[in-house]
Design a protein around this ligand. Structure first.
Ligand code: FEO
Ligand code: CA
Ligand code: CA
Ligand code: CA
Length: 601
């Protein structure tokens, strides 16, 4: 076997070696270009970026901060234009403002942060001569969603008593989306996005006097005292003492239709409320749709939603309007896993059990269907708004931080990135089990699910671990049974994607092996299964997110470049992507082959 040369289409490239460079490093024969970066104009008339004179008004028209998920929807009738939707997960004020005083944010800085959150819709066009992907300031489609954009609440908890506030007595209209982490492109051409660590934006849980409300807020980690960003000083909705229900209006999956710029984005209560990483949809064999989801926190759960109604094929207005209602009604499930290895062999060491695999059976446990709850002692409304309690009650399996959970559309198998969990096996915490077999799990693992009979709407499945990440030379790692001397080291899998051939691509967040984060490709079938190869690395301090793999180019989000301890706008340690003495700027980058050939071939 040639050392660097897999035999599977789509993954033939020379792996990039681990490094600490302040650069985006791609394989030999490939080149790259920034598509758009923080502060670049999105809508017509947007001012040029001016780091030292930023305003909220400008930011609301420019690309937001810390782009995470990235999704492409083809522009109808065009072969080289797409609508690119990016999530702006969070702000890092110390990198946005010189002389940042965390104890005394100004109102303008706060309003800039509100505008830097949310999402961007940007028309991108591929220049067939150069291969470059260019962002266009397009007047028809381009759009910014911020923390002030109205959202419509849909599904069984729309109008719930738990969603009503003094600003919205209907419980059906919410301003903004926040901490949008990963997401997915639906078969009907919309974008789903997960509201993840929404707790951090709120203040004063200790002043909530109702003990039931307080316990619910505690289960979701809402903080005592002032919030990190002190937004509660400028809008009381961030103060739980004054508006305890505002917290319940975040933590949902949101849907945006980039092809309809006038449409109101939606919060989908039927998909439950937790720290949503993202949601990815597959059309089941009977044409109902199934969304797979992770709750990204240590010892949290994996979920799926099965729609009641069936998908209508095609992009006609009638079909799209029907499909955009599919996530309004259905059944929400949570996953329980069982291992099959002999008792005592899963000891937390991460060493393979004697049956040669970390594997077993699993079950999707129903939590609620519209107005019917399946959880004793909880109403359906409570199941949807306080979903973590429902999953606790039915004995779901506590996982090592479920990030992306995504179906492979070619095989119908589902892949989950379990990014890490250094508390596994710690005093007072859950110990190892076969799906989470390693104590102090610094490097994470990747789990594969195969639903019985390939029926994504079903309730029983088989599972196995594809990867137990880390240093391949270490005995506590596993690479799908592949020869570990041939693979790239990988740590902290976060986002997953598939190429047209069905190979899995994995981006990492927080490489615990010490070198920069990256993007990796791994075949899933045949003799090359488990042969992990690094396709690129991102600059110092950055996380790799939102990969999109097409035949012609790869897109990655470079989130928080230069974000390392001690660095700030006054002391930047990264100058990517503008170089010189510039401030680092989160950006989307396209990578393509210099000879314009197909990726990985
Ligand atoms: Fe925002 Fe779970 O990463
Ligand atoms: Ca086993
Ligand atoms: Ca993530
Ligand atoms: Ca992440």
């Amino acid at each position: 076997r040639a050392r660097w040369w897999g035999r599977v289409p789509g993954v033939n490239f020379e792996p990039v070696a681990p490094n600490h460079r302040d650069d985006l490093v791609v394989p030999t024969g490939y080149t790259q270009g920034v598509v758009i970066r923080w502060g670049d104009p999105v809508v017509p008339g947007a001012p040029r970026f001016d780091f030292d004179n930023q305003t909220a008004e400008a930011q609301a028209q420019q690309f937001g901060f810390n782009n995470d998920f990235c999704g492409l929807v083809p522009v109808p009738g065009s072969w080289n234009r797409w609508l690119m939707v990016s999530n702006h997960e969070y702000t890092s004020e110390e990198f946005m403002f010189r002389g940042w005083d965390k104890n005394n944010p100004t109102e303008e800085q706060t309003r800039i942060a509100w505008a830097a959150h949310g999402q961007s819709v940007v028309l991108v066009e591929r220049d067939w001569r150069t291969g470059r992907l260019e962002a266009k300031v397009d007047g028809r489609y381009n759009r910014r969603i911020t923390l002030l954009t109205p959202f419509e609440v849909r599904g069984p908890a729309a109008g719930s008593q738990y969603l009503k506030t003094s600003a919205d007595p209907t419980g059906k209209r919410i301003l903004g989306t926040q901490n949008n982490c990963a997401g997915g492109v639906t078969p009907w051409g919309t974008i789903l996005s997960g509201e993840e660590n929404v707790n951090q934006y709120f203040a004063n849980v200790d002043k909530v006097t109702d003990p039931t409300a307080r316990a619910r807020l505690d289960r979701y980690g809402f903080p005592k005292g002032a919030s990190t960003r002190k937004w509660e000083r400028f809008d009381k909705r961030w103060d739980l003492a004054q508006e305890p229900n505002e917290a319940n209006r975040f933590g949902w999956v949101v849907e945006i239709d980039p092809l309809d710029p006038q449409s109101t984005p939606v919060k989908h209560t039927a998909l439950g409320r937790f720290k949503h990483e993202g949601a990815n949809v597959i059309i089941a064999r009977d044409n109902r749709v199934v969304a797979y989801m992770g709750d990204d926190e240590r010892f949290e759960y994996m979920y799926k939603f099965v729609s009641d109604e069936k998908y209508k094929p095609g992009q006609s207005k009638h079909a799209r309007e029907h499909n955009k209602r599919l996530l309004d009604s259905g059944t929400l499930y949570v996953a329980r896993f069982t291992g099959d290895s002999p008792a005592g062999e899963i000891d937390g060491s991460g060493k393979l059990p004697s049956d040669g695999e970390f594997d077993g059976r699993g079950e999707w446990i129903p939590l609620a269907h519209n107005d019917k709850s399946f959880v004793p002692g909880m109403t359906a409304e409570e199941v949807y708004v306080f979903t973590r309690f429902a999953a606790d009650k039915v004995g779901a399996t506590k996982m090592d931080r479920p990030e992306d959970v995504e179906p492979n559309l070619r095989t119908r198998r589902i892949y989950a990135a379990l990014t890490n969990n250094t508390r596994r096996g710690a005093a007072g915490q859950a110990g190892p089990d076969e799906p989470n077999p390693r104590n102090n799990n610094k490097h994470g693992h990747v789990l594969e699910i195969e639903e019985d009979r390939g029926d994504n709407t079903g309730t029983r499945f088989c599972w196995k671990l594809l990867l137990v990440c880390g240093d391949p030379q270490s005995p506590d790692t596993y690479f799908g049974g592949y020869d570990k001397s041939q693979v790239s080291p990988i740590s902290c899998p976060d986002n997953v994607a598939f190429d047209d051939y069905g190979n899995l691509w994995i981006s990492t967040d927080g490489n615990a092996l010490g070198s920069n984060d990256g993007l990796f490709a791994v075949p899933l079938e045949g003799g090359e299964r488990g042969h992990v190869k690094q396709f690129l690395t991102v600059p110092r301090g950055a996380e790799t997110c939102g990969p999109v793999i097409t035949d012609q180019f790869v897109l990655v989000s470079v989130q928080h470049p230069g974000e390392v301890d001690g660095a700030s706008a006054d002391n930047p340690i990264s100058h990517w992507p503008d170089g010189g003495t510039s401030q680092p700027r989160p950006a989307v980058v396209a990578v393509w082959k210099k000879n314009r050939g197909t990726i990985g071939n």
